[in-house]
Design a protein around this ligand. Structure first.
Ligand SMILES: Nc1ncnc2c1ncn2[C@@H]1O[C@H](COP(=O)(O)OP(=O)(O)OP(=O)(O)O)[C@@H](O)[C@H]1O
Ligand SMILES: O=P(O)(O)OC[C@H]1O[C@](O)(CO)[C@@H](O)[C@@H]1O
Ligand SMILES: [Mg+2]
Length: 562
């Protein structure tokens, strides 16, 4: 009898068949009826790409009383995660790859080993990686991510990244462009470097860097930078981006005009959520114009706020760099009489950096993130817990994500260059209005509170803490550390450098494989290609019910501030 894994393999080589009879079948359930999957060729699947965008992630509209819902879910999933390909709109033919897995031998024998190499080491078009690896027995299991009310197990497979045996470009004729957008992130130079190395190994001669993000594609004053192994050899030793970065509005049609005019065949776009949205629009416009251009993204964000991936590059380094700030805050707090250390870390809408930095340091007593509401005042508020910590431990350290406590803030319509709400209005620790003098005028006994206000017109968290301890007549020595840009304006650490290397290489393999409108990522420690819309359907945030947030609470010992 065929093993379960063999059945899975066969199902992927020949995906349309789905006959569910026994535990060993496709979804591994006990089912006595037959659900037939509609026969869909890879080609047809590609043509259904537009439909994919309309299928809601999580399949909210699925009828779970339908005995075949899993088959339907699987079909929808395959459509959603199918990778857009240049062949979908262009009559192009593949050719054998020029990417040799044994470079030195291949050179020695003038390419004779290529055939030998192709037998092993290349990724098959039907290779897949599992997106979810935990089988939750109940929706009440910690951190359960369920599709149906019973939290049934459904295998969700995504496309494996890597070099293919056949490619869709003549390397000698390719002009490739690289652009880095959004804010800085450790590892940008590592990715640029690997993209250049890998392109050259395929035989690409024309590689250019686009300066200052999307701006470089429409600002005529910004010239292309010619890139080669020599140029990028040591750029990973420094942080930042060799090409520069930028935010700011981008006219997609103008950008595609520019790509067309420059004769760019492959464009590698490094950036976060906003950049991916832009890249997808560029991909769609190239498709509409039937241009043979491969648009490949590499997700970049220290915030780790891109869906479906284990992590994004730069995140590990940011967490590591944050340790220095936390440790300083801890030392200051421990050494002072009733010392309180307050560290602000980046994280506009997601608290991953604050959560992991808190977990990693082991020195944090209170971690506040945007995803978890909290009270400052009152019997269960942050200030009361701080009082308790000072009474019992003699000191305390807080780690606060910049986007935490947004509910307390006055909203303004101020926006940053990329159209995001202006960060300064969200950060409640510095330069932002948490509770203003004007508020106090309307409160009973406001003159008492006004008496405590210092020169600044605002009550930030820092000031709240100071005033609280003054009010209860307990001495407290509060120190505030804001390492904001220091955690991202640095070179990648070892683990990020490896991630950047693999992602950069896979980006090039994806372009030569003929894909476009995709991004590269790491899923359950395996490297995959994902369609752009799937990773930016929403920003990834910390799940307050996840095991990781609970681990963070266990580590800090903080109560619910509600
Ligand atoms: N929805 C969108 N459609 C098209 N382009 C966009 C969109 N959102 C942002 N962009 C463009 O992408 C670029 C980068 O966007 P943004 O400043 O949001 O950075 P990001 O990629 O999200 O990275 P970071 O993680 O640093 O915020 C900007 O030039 C912006 O114009
Ligand atoms: O000051 P900048 O360059 O706009 O970057 C700030 C933003 O960048 C991020 O780090 C994302 O890269 C956010 O956490 C932060 O809000
Ligand atoms: Mg952004």
């Amino acid at each position: 009898m065929a093993s379960a894994s063999l059945i899975h393999a066969v199902n992927f080589i020949n995906p349309p068949k789905c006959i569910l009879h026994s535990k060993r079948d496709y979804f591994s359930f006990n089912m006595s009826y037959t659900c037939t999957k509609s026969k869909t060729s890879q080609r047809q699947m590609r043509n259904k790409q537009s439909r994919m965008a309309t299928i809601a992630a999580g399949n909210q509209e699925m009828d779970f009383s339908d005995p075949c819902w899993k088959t339907k879910f699987q079909e929808d999933f395959e459509l959603r995660f199918n990778l857009p390909h240049l062949m979908d709109v262009l009559p192009i033919k593949p050719r054998p790859t020029t990417f040799s897995l044994k470079n030195r031998n291949a050179q020695l024998v003038n390419g004779a080993n290529l055939l030998e190499d192709r037998k092993n080491g290349y990724v098959n078009e039907d290779d897949r990686a599992l997106l979810k690896v935990i089988r939750y027995s109940s929706p009440t299991s910690a951190g359960a991510e369920c599709i149906d009310p019973d939290c049934s197990w459904v295998e969700q497979w995504v496309h494996r990244a890597g070099p293919r045996e056949e490619i869709y470009f003549e390397p000698g004729e390719v002009k490739a462009g690289i652009v880095t957008c959004g804010g800085l992130c450790p590892g940008l130079n590592d990715v640029i470097r690997q993209i250049v190395f890998t392109l050259e190994l395929y035989g690409v001669k024309k590689i250019v860097g686009i300066q200052y993000g999307y701006r470089g594609l429409f600002d005529r004053g910004l010239a292309e930078i010619e890139l080669s192994r020599e140029v990028v050899q040591n750029i990973n030793l420094a942080g930042g981006s060799l090409l520069g970065v930028s935010r700011g509005s981008a006219d997609i049609s103008e950008i595609v005009d520019s790509i067309q005019a420059r004769g760019i065949d492959m464009i590698f776009i490094l950036g976060g959520n906003g950049t991916h949205a832009g890249a997808n629009a560029i991909h769609n416009e190239c498709r509409r114009r039937k241009m043979k251009v491969s648009v490949i993204c590499v997700p970049k964000t220290i915030d780790n706020d891109i869906l479906l991936m284990d992590k994004t590059f730069g995140f590990d380094t940011a967490v590591e760099e944050a340790q220095r700030a936390i440790n300083s805050a801890y030392i200051e707090a421990r050494s002072a009489y009733h010392g309180i250390g307050l560290v602000k870390l980046m994280g506009r809408s997601s608290g991953f950096i604050a959560m992991y930095a808190s977990l990693s340091s082991g020195q944090i007593d209170i971690c506040l993130i945007p995803e978890v509401p909290f009270q400052i005042e009152g019997p269960y508020g942050v200030l009361r817990h701080l009082e308790h910590l000072i009474e019992t431990k003699g000191s305390a350290v807080l780690c606060v994500a910049e986007g935490a406590g947004q509910d307390f803030l006055e909203r303004t319509n101020s926006k940053d260059a990329s159209g995001m709400r202006d960060l300064e209005t969200l950060v409640f620790i510095s330069n932002s209005r948490f509770l203003t003098r004007q508020h106090l005028y309307f409160l009973p006994f406001s003159s008492i509170f006004l008496h405590f206000l210092d020169d600044s017109d605002e009550l930030t968290l820092l000031q709240q803490i100071k005033k609280h301890f003054r009010r209860i007549d307990v001495p407290a020595d509060v120190k505030y550390i804001d390492p904001t840009y220091m955690i991202r304006a640095c070179r990648a650490n070892a683990s990020d450098a490896v991630l950047c290397t693999v992602l950069g290489q896979n980006a090039v393999h994806g372009a030569f494989a003929g894909f476009s409108g995709i991004t590269v990522g790491i899923c359950n420690s395996h490297y995959v290609y994902l369609p752009i819309p799937e990773v930016i359907a929403s920003p990834r945030v910390v799940d307050p019910d996840s095991r990781m947030w609970h681990r963070c609470l266990t580590s800090t010992g903080q109560p619910d501030f509600n």
